[in-house]
Design a protein around this ligand. Structure first.
Ligand code: AQP
Length: 339
C-alpha cells in the first residue's frame, strides 16, 4: 500500500497495544480496553499484545507467557471481536522487529535521549537501564508504521512517542520516497486517568508491587470492595470533587462516574451527609457489578486455550500479511538485496 492509498474503502485504521506485564487493572480497562470494543464499529482495528515492549523491564518468563494468553482471553471477554478486528501478539509478527532495526537506524541518539518515559523508567529501574528501554520508541514507531495506521489512541504519556514516530516516518519518506502514512493521535472522549488507590498522585499500574494500589479486572467482588474501603482519601469526610486538594476522593468519583453515568454534582448530592465508607462501598459495588459479566466470559475463554490460541494464530497471520508487504517495500527502498 502506498502512502497515498487509503487503508480500506471508508474505515480508518487504528493500532493500539497493551503490555502483558501483569493482569489488567481497572486503569487499563477504563483508559484503553473499554474503548477498544467501541472503536470496532467505526474503524479497522489492530489490537496488539505488546510482549516485546514488556521485555524492556525484567519479566519472569513463565509469568509473561501466562499473562500473554490471559491478556488475549481478557480482551475477548471485554468485547474484542476477532471477526471484526485483528487481535495478535507482537512477537508473533517478526516484521515489527525487522522494521524496528531500520527505524533505529533512522532515529537520532538525541531524539531518543529526550524521551521522558525513558528517563522515568530508567529512574524506576536503575539496575536495568537497557538498550531496549532506550530504543523502545523506535519499536513503537515500527508497530504503528508497519500497518500504515491512520490513528493511534494515546494517553498523555505517549504523545511524545507518537511525535517521534511522525518524525521518523517523515525522515524516511523524504530520504527514500513516500512510504509511511503520518499517524495521528486519537484521543477518546472518556480518557480518564485512574490513579493508584494507595497513592492518588500516582497512576494505577498493573506492575505496582502493592496489590492494594490497583483493582484487577479479575478481582472478585469482596476483594474489590475491600480494596476500595482501604483506598487512601483525606480526613474532611465530604464527598466533593477537587482533584488538587482531594485527589483520592476525586479519583473514586471519576470511577463512580464512569460506571454509573452520574456527574460529579449528582454524586456529591447522593453522598451529602454520608461518610466515606458508604461512598466507597457504592463505588466498589458499581465496579464489581460492571466487571462481573466480563469476568464470566474471561473464565470461559481461559478454559478454552485452544480457541484463544487459534484467535491469536489467525490474528498473527492477518497482521503478518500486512506487515510483510510493508517490510519488503522498506527493505527494497533502503537497498537490501532481495532474491
Ligand atoms: N491508570 C490508568 N488510567 C488510564 N489508562 C491507563 N492505562 C494504563 N494505566 C492507566 C492505559 O492502558 C493502556 C495499556 O497500557 P500498557 O499496558 O501498554 O502500559 P502502561 O500504560 O504502562 O500500563 P500499566 O498498567 O501502568 O503497566 P506497567 O505497570 O507495566 O507500566 C494504555 O493505553 C494506557 O494509557
Amino acid at each position: 500500500m502506498s502512502a497515498n492509498e487509503t487503508n480500506t474503502e471508508a474505515k480508518k485504521r487504528i493500532l493500539s497495544g497493551i503490555q502483558p506485564t501483569g493482569t489488567f487493572t481497572l486503569g487499563n480497562y477504563i483508559g484503553a480496553i473499554r474503548n477498544w470494543a467501541k472503536l470496532q464499529d467505526d474503524f479497522e482495528c489492530l489490537y496488539m499484545i505488546a510482549d516485546l515492549h514488556a521485555l524492556t523491564v525484567r519479566q519472569v518468563p513463565a509469568e509473561l507467557r501466562a499473562h500473554t494468553r490471559e491478556a488475549a482471553a481478557m480482551l475477548l471477554a471485554a468485547g474484542i471481536n476477532p471477526a471484526e478486528s485483528i487481535l495478535f501478539v507482537q512477537s508473533h509478527v517478526p516484521a515489527h522487529t525487522q522494521l524496528n532495526w531500520i527505524l533505529c537506524c533512522n532515529s537520532q541518539f538525541g531524539e531518543l535521549s529526550r524521551m521522558t518515559q525513558f528517563k522515568d523508567k530508567s529512574a524506576k529501574h536503575p539496575d536495568n537501564v537497557n538498550g531496549g528501554l532506550f530504543t523502545y520508541p523506535a519499536l513503537m514507531a515500527a508497530d504503528i508504521l508497519i500497518y500504515n495506521a491512520d490513528l493511534v489512541p494515546v494517553g498523555q504519556d505517549q504523545t511524545q512517542h507518537l511525535e517521534l514516530s511522525r518524525t521518523v516516518a517523515n525522515r524516511f519518506n523524504n530520504l527514500y520516497s513516500p512510504t509511511f502514512h503520518m499517524p495521528e493521535g486519537y484521543i477518546t472522549k472518556e480518557g480518564a486517568k485512574i490513579m493508584s488507590l494507595v497513592d492518588p498522585t500516582k497512576k494505577m499500574s498493573k506492575s505496582d508491587p502493592n496489590v492494594n494500589s490497583f483493582i484487577l479486572m479479575n478481582d472478585d467482588k469482596d476483594t474489590i470492595i475491600r480494596k476500595f474501603k482501604r483506598a487512601v482519601t483525606d480526613s474532611d469526610g465530604i464527598v466533593r470533587y477537587d482533584a488538587a486538594e482531594k485527589p483520592g476522593i476525586s479519583n473514586l468519583m471519576c470511577i463512580y462516574n464512569i460506571f454509573t453515568g452520574k456527574d460529579m454534582e449528582a454524586i456529591e448530592k447522593e453522598f451529602a451527609g454520608k461518610g466515606y465508607s458508604d461512598f466507597k462501598l457504592a463505588v466498589g459495588e458499581a465496579v464489581a457489578d460492571a466487571l462481573a459479566p466480563i469476568q464470566g466470559e474471561y473464565a470461559r475463554y481461559l478454559a478454552d486455550k485452544k480457541y484463544v490460541d487459534e484467535v491469536l494464530k489467525d490474528g498473527a497471520e492477518k497482521a503478518s500479511y500486512l506487515a510483510n508487504r510493508m517490510m519488503s517495500k522498506v527493505y527494497k527502498k533502503v537497498g537490501l538485496l532481495q532474491i
